[in-house]
Every structure is written in C-alpha cells, then in structure tokens.
Design a protein around this ligand. Structure first.
Ligand code: OAD
Length: 318
C-alpha cells in the first residue's frame, strides 16, 4: 500500500514532524537569489533592491541585457563590471546555506538545484555531487566564438583587474560558463531533472519562479510529494496542491525556526559558525555576518556600487 505523505499541519511544526518521520528520506531543493540576499548579494527582481530595478535607470536596452548573449557580443563591459563586483569568494554563506549542509549531514539531501552562480552552497560544505548549478557557474569559461576553453587563473586575474578576457586562439570574447538568456542549460541539469520525481519533500526557497525551464521543476514533484515554498512573497502555483505549504518570510528566519522544532538549532548555528572561520582562513572579511537590517544595508550598498560602476562604463562608451 502506498504510504501517505500528507503533512498534518501546514506550518513549521507540521513540516518538522514530517521531516523527522520515516516518510521523508529524500529532500530535493530548488534555490534562487533570495537565499543569498542576507549574504549581501542583491537578487534580480525585488522591486527596490533587485538588480533589474536598479539597472533599469541605466542606458541599457533593457535590464536583462546584461545577461543576454547577443548584447554581450556587442558590449561585454556591463557584464564584466557586474562580474567584478559579484565574483565568488567575497561573500559568506548564509544560515540557509548551512541548513542545506545540515540536511546532507542528516542524509536527507537528495539534490540541491540552484539558479545561483555565487557558489555559496559549496562554500557552506555541501558536496559537489549533491549540487546542480542550473545556470552554470564561474568555475570554467569558453570563447563564445571558437568554444576554446580559457585558463582559470588568468580569467580570475582579469575579472579582478577589470579587464575583458579574449580568446588566445581566435581573439573572440571569453565568457564564464554561466547561462545567459538565449543559451541552453548545462547537460548536468537536464540529466538531473528526473531526480525531482524521487523527492519525498520539495523545498523551494528564495526564487520568483519566473525563469524556465528551472521554474518548471516544481511541477515534476509527485502528486503526493509535499512542496514547501519559503519566500518573501507568493510565487508560482505553490499552494494549489493539497500537500503544499507556503511560508512567507525570510529563508534564514524560517530555517532557524524549523531547526529549533527539529532539535537541530545548535548544530545549524555551529555549522554556520564554521563558514565564518572558513572565510577568515581565505583571508576574506565576510560581507555580512548577522542581523537582517545590517545585511540588507550591505546588499543595498553593493547594488549602488554595481549600478554606479556599470553606469560609468556605459557613459564612457558614449
Ligand atoms: P529573483 O530576483 O527573480 O527572485 C528572488 C525571490 O526571492 C523573490 O521572490 C524575493 O521576494 C525573494 N527573496 C528575496 N530575499 C529573500 C529572503 N531573504 N528570504 C526569502 N525570500 C527572499 O531571483 P531568481 O528567482 O533566482 O538568471 O531569478 C532567476 C534567474 O533570473 C536568475 O538565476 C538569473 C535571473 O535572470 C540568469 O542570470 C540566467
């Protein structure tokens, strides 16, 4: 007889009870930019603080052009200006990233699908084989013309020196293997899509669920699989199925409360503390460490730096 997967209460205690039960063995995650805003990294579509709202006042044809392959071909400067500011390594994982690590430690994490290119899941200690970077990452790069790969160290040096990398073979533009609008998603993503159907629990965090095909993963969860949305606002159609739970709050707040219910809070905070030590070993100052107001101010500051820098470059081109 098929086991019922109905969660009793559509709230944090009900979710904790389900996670503790033997019905919940495989958790699949879908992440978006909202899981990293408390690290000081702006998201894309929040009305005041999001990247696109801020880029809208610049002389770009449209804000998303910064991630559009045909625009990049004509003018790579806005993207590389952004890459310089958001280059991985500057930021500390959030409590939510440590929660993902904790799920893995408790042998509950099946797959962590992320749209983010900040690599904070890895930096929080989540094993590579559990992470699917659906929109690629800064880990590798290729010429957009002849597809030749480009040296990692040289790429990092040039991004940090605000230079535009050019192919050593054909002098074409080099681009990190992050997925731009108009490009295909990585093979690893396509291969991992069936993993969603194996989930006993799907948790969707910090995403507007507007970009496909990623957003469509939510529909691939089995009919009896509970889907949980943890986000500042209601997105997609989560809430329509009988087993859906919608928790509208900051991810860090929700996962902390959830871990308290599970008796995991100390373990969560100990794992998060390790991410601070890791940032210190790397010789980096974490951009934001605690306190929501302080963290949001940091994301806003960075947003100002990014838009000013891109605006200056666009005006220079004029
Ligand atoms: P969006 O900016 O579209 O959505 C972020 C969502 O997170 C919004 O619904 C916010 O309300 C929510 N949010 C922000 N801070 C939060 C917090 N602390 N706790 C909970 N929720 C929070 O970002 P994505 O959905 O990730 O693609 O965007 C998807 C893709 O669009 C990105 O991967 C990028 C972009 O264009 C490419 O660059 C290819």
């Amino acid at each position: 007889m098929a086991r019922s997967k109905i969660i009793k209460g559509k709230d944090i205690p009900g979710l904790a009870e389900y996670i503790s039960s033997d019905k919940c063995q495989n958790i699949v995650l879908m992440l978006g930019a909202g899981v990293s805003t408390s690290a000081g990294i702006p998201d894309f579509r929040s009305p005041e603080t999001g990247l696109y709202a801020n880029l809208a006042r610049l002389k770009l044809p449209y804000p998303e052009a910064v991630f559009e392959i045909n625009f990049f071909r004509k003018n790579p400067v806005p993207f590389y200006t952004l890459a310089h500011e958001l280059y991985p390594g500057k930021f500390r994982p959030t409590i939510t990233h440590s929660f993902i690590r904790l799920l893995e430690r408790h042998r509950l994490l099946h797959t962590c699908f992320t749209q983010n290119i900040d690599t904070l899941e890895r930096r929080a200690g989540v094993p590579d084989d559990k992470i699917i970077e659906a929109h690629g990452s800064f880990a590798s790069q290729h010429c957009i013309d002849c597809r030749a790969s480009y040296d990692d160290a040289e790429m990092e040096r040039q991004i940090l020196a605000k230079e535009i990398p050019k192919c050593t073979r054909c002098k074409g533009l080099v681009k990190p293997d992050i997925v731009f609008f108009g490009e295909n998603l990585p093979d690893e993503f396509i291969k991992a899509i069936p993993n969603v159907a194996k989930a006993d629990l799907l948790i969707i965090m910090g995403t507007s669920l507007t970009v496909h095909p990623f957003a469509g993963l939510a529909e691939r969860a089995g009919a009896s699989c509970p889907r949980v949305l943890i986000n500042l606002d209601q997105v997609g159609n989560i809430g329509k199925r009988p087993n859906d739970i919608v928790l509208l709050d900051k991810c860090d707040e929700v996962v902390r409360k959830l871990c308290r219910e599970l008796g995991w809070e100390d373990e969560l905070m100990a794992l998060w503390a390790q991410t601070e030590a890791k940032a210190a070993w790397d010789g980096e100052e974490p951009e934001a460490v605690s306190g929501a107001t302080e963290e949001e101010a940091t994301a806003e500051d960075l947003m100002g730096t990014i838009t000013d820098a891109i605006g200056r470059q666009l005006n220079l081109e004029d």
